[in-house]
Ligand binder design. Structure first.
Ligand SMILES: Cc1cc2nc3c(=O)[nH]c(=O)nc-3n(C[C@H](O)[C@H](O)[C@H](O)COP(=O)(O)OP(=O)(O)OC[C@H]3O[C@@H](n4cnc5c(N)ncnc54)[C@H](O)[C@@H]3O)c2cc1C
Ligand code: SF4
Length: 386
């Protein structure tokens, strides 16, 4: 009987390996073709590195289907909406500055340059990616780095001039006389007005995930959104060790070739509490197809979740909060802020006041409910319309 192998065959190399080893007669791809419909043509032409990768997020495809929305793709906003995203050659080549090399800026710069514009992409950090690079540090999100690499290659091929370690400034942008300027400068983590929140034991999710600070053994995570869940997972995750990753996965989730076994999760690396102000249960807005994994990981790691709190004060030894009318004390070494983000868009007002053709996309336009799906879609739409 011919056997077709499917699921998470993400690259031509994966497919080739399965076929060459005789593990299956055929391979079937689904999500990778949503992310890049030219997957097969690029592989056949020896341009596998130019394939835009599916990162297995399920956000715009499967999660959408399960709530009765049309399937799409984070990486490829044109998926299932091809007639809305038509790439036409620009009538006249413009000089365009894109400020910010996060998801929105990379998507915008690549699409604009592919249409014939001359694009300069400013990024104040030493590498492109923005929040995607921060998210890529979370266990199970390392594929974000593949996505950044794919955008980088696309930017190179489209001839975008990338200026790293260059915070674009108002006067410089004005002096270079760009025809259009795109502000894609993203977001910064929000700081709360809790007394003591400026202490050295209080850090943002960005400082933690990028390794600028090391958390202590007992940690409070403030916030209940997706980033707070990711941070909690990062904090409890044990170092991978020498165990084979596949065997580790099977042990953790409880199965092997012979069937089901009792799951054996790793011991948590830290003791973690999650707190949030809203009384809603934690994790209500996590994706349908992946949220259960996060919830289960944190439950197995003994993470305590406390909704409906009023933060009172932070000091060197931890946090005081109010719950059901009574003051409570939580002694922790580190407090990680995941309480939202604010837009970084000061350039927008300055440029538009001076009459420049200026646009804002992604978090710089609106930080509320921001995710990479929206950032990439907004960047793509603008890149196709400039
Ligand atoms: C831990 C974590 C996990 C996440 N997980 C997911 C997920 O699973 N799914 C999802 O959809 N989203 C996820 N996100 C959110 C997603 O990564 C962001 O919403 C999205 O990438 C934001 O893109 P952006 O381009 O709008 O902004 P940013 O990523 O903030 O990019 C802005 C860029 O502009 C640069 N910049 C700022 N000012 C200047 C200047 N003056 N000059 C030059 N450069 C400048 C910054 O350095 C930055 O690189 C996650 C985020 C985090 C932190
Ligand atoms: S939405 Fe995510 S999982 Fe679905 S096809 Fe696109 S990249 Fe892959």
């Amino acid at each position: 009987i011919p056997v077709i192998a499917a699921n998470r065959i993400a690259t031509p190399e994966d497919a080739e390996r399965i076929l060459a080893a005789g593990q299956a007669d055929l391979v079937a791809l689904a999500r990778p073709l949503l992310a890049d419909p030219a997957f097969v043509n690029k592989a056949a032409a020896g341009r596998a590195s130019a394939i835009m990768p599916c990162i297995a997020c399920n956000q715009a495809c499967l999660d959408a289907i399960f709530v009765d929305r049309i399937a799409g793709c984070m990486v490829n906003p044109a998926c299932c909406r091809e007639q809305e995203f038509v790439a036409e050659r620009a009538a006249a080549a413009k000089r365009i500055a894109v400020v910010g090399g996060g998801a929105a800026g990379m998507a915008c710069a690549a699409h604009a340059a592919e249409r014939g514009h001359r694009v300069v992409l400013f990024e104040c950090n030493g590498a492109l990616g923005g929040q995607l690079r921060v998210g890529g540090e979370v266990p199970d999100k390392h594929e974000f780095f593949r996505l950044i690499e794919a955008w980088q290659q696309r930017l190179r091929e489209a001839g975008v001039e990338v200026r790293l370690k260059r915070p674009a400034e108002l006067l410089e942008l004005m002096a270079e006389r760009f025809d259009s300027i795109v502000v894609a400068s993203g977001v910064r983590p929000r700081r709360p007005s809790i007394p003591g929140a400026d202490g050295p034991n209080v850090v943002t999710y960005e400082q933690l995930l990028t390794g600028q600070v090391e958390a202590g053994p007992r940690v409070a995570v403030l916030g209940g959104g997706r980033i707070a869940f990711d941070v909690a997972l990062f904090l409890v995750a044990a170092a991978p060790g020498a165990e084979d990753p596949q065997l580790r996965f099977r042990r953790r989730w409880g199965f092997d070739q012979d069937g089901l076994r009792p799951p054996q999760p790793d011991s948590p690396a830290r003791q973690v509490w999650m707190l949030k102000r809203s009384p809603e249960p934690f994790g209500k807005n996590l994706g349908k197809t992946t949220g259960w994994i996060l919830r289960r990981e944190l439950k197995d790691a003994g993470v305590r979740q406390i909704p409906g709190v009023e933060y009172q004060a932070i000091d060197g030894a931890g946090l005081t909060y109010r719950l059901d009318g009574a003051d409570q004390r939580l002694d922790v070494d580190t407090i990680v802020l995941c309480i939202g983000q604010d837009p970084v868009n000061e350039l927008f007002a300055g440029l538009s006041a001076r009459g420049f053709d200026v646009h804002a996309v992604g978090g710089a336009r609106d930080a509320h409910d921001l995710d990479a799906v929206r950032a990439i879609e907004e960047g793509t739409r603008l890149g196709l319309s400039l």
